[in-house]
Design a protein around this ligand. Structure first.
Ligand code: DX5
Ligand code: ZN
Length: 236
């Protein structure tokens, strides 16, 4: 693995929706790599969140890529609308999708980046036959549906297995994690092989503000770049 910079993807699920634009602009200025948008349909997960209107509004105020995490039972139904609204990438779940390859091809046909997400109880091995078709994989480090949950510690060994699979089958594919990521858990997932970190409440819910929260998260992981790179490169 050649490590570039670790990337932060603030999840607006934890934002103050009355000040959403302001908070996203602050995250962009503080060095966010992309904005993570959690879409929930009350069926795939027991919660409702947001739709394409949010993407359309954010598209006007930020140049950052808008990453759309579809926690919905039928993602194919919504791809066109989100793409038209300005989504740059889609994360779709392996769970419950009998035609995942087709969904991924539809995303690519729209000219968007595609990623596959797996829940905490799903094995890394399910990615074996789809990883070569995607730009990123997302390892859920909480059960999807809610922000501000506790990081599930047993997912770190799975992140390592996903990293190994990616290096073997699709080097360059990003390994991203989502759920319970803060300055304490971020080093654990980075050491396990993640390079893109979604963080909601530890950024938008931080009492000290978005910029300070992102600085703290970067400080927790950026020094690991030197620690990890030589060992990983000698393994190439
Ligand atoms: C959970 C969502 C996450 C959520 C993470 O279903 O996919 O993106 O916003 O929130 P935190 O960082 O608060 O755990
Ligand atoms: Zn998410």
């Amino acid at each position: 693995m050649r490590i570039e910079a670790f990337k932060l993807a603030p999840s607006i699920l934890a934002a103050d929706f009355a000040r959403l634009g302001e908070q996203v602009v602050e995250a962009e200025r503080a060095g966010a790599d992309r904005i993570h948008i959690d879409v929930m349909d009350g069926d795939f997960v027991p919660n409702l969140s947001m739709g394409p209107a949010i993407v359309e509004s954010l598209r006007k105020i930020t140049r950052l890529p808008l990453e759309t995490h579809l926690m919905v039972s039928n993602p194919d139904l919504f791809l066109d609308e989100f793409a038209a609204a300005g989504s740059d990438s889609f994360l779709v779940h392996w769970e419950g999708n009998n035609n995942l390859h087709r969904t991924v091809q539809r995303i690519k046909a729209l000219g968007k980046r595609a990623g596959v997400a797996i829940n905490p109880a799903t094995a890394a091995a399910v990615l074996e036959e789809i990883v070569q078709d995607v730009d990123q994989v997302l390892v859920m480090t909480v059960n999807p549906g809610f922000g501000h949950q506790h990081f599930i510690g047993t997912t770190t060994s799975k992140i390592a297995r996903v990293r190994e699979l990616v290096e073997r089958r699709k080097p360059g594919c990003e390994v991203e994690v989502d759920g319970g990521i803060d300055a304490t858990t971020a080093p654990l997932v980075v050491r396990a092989g993640a390079t893109v970190l979604v963080a909601g409440s530890s950024i938008f819910g931080a009492p000290e503000g978005v910029t300070a929260a992102m600085t703290r998260l970067h400080a927790a992981i950026d020094h690991l770049e030197e620690e990890l790179e030589p060992a990983e490169q000698s393994a190439l």
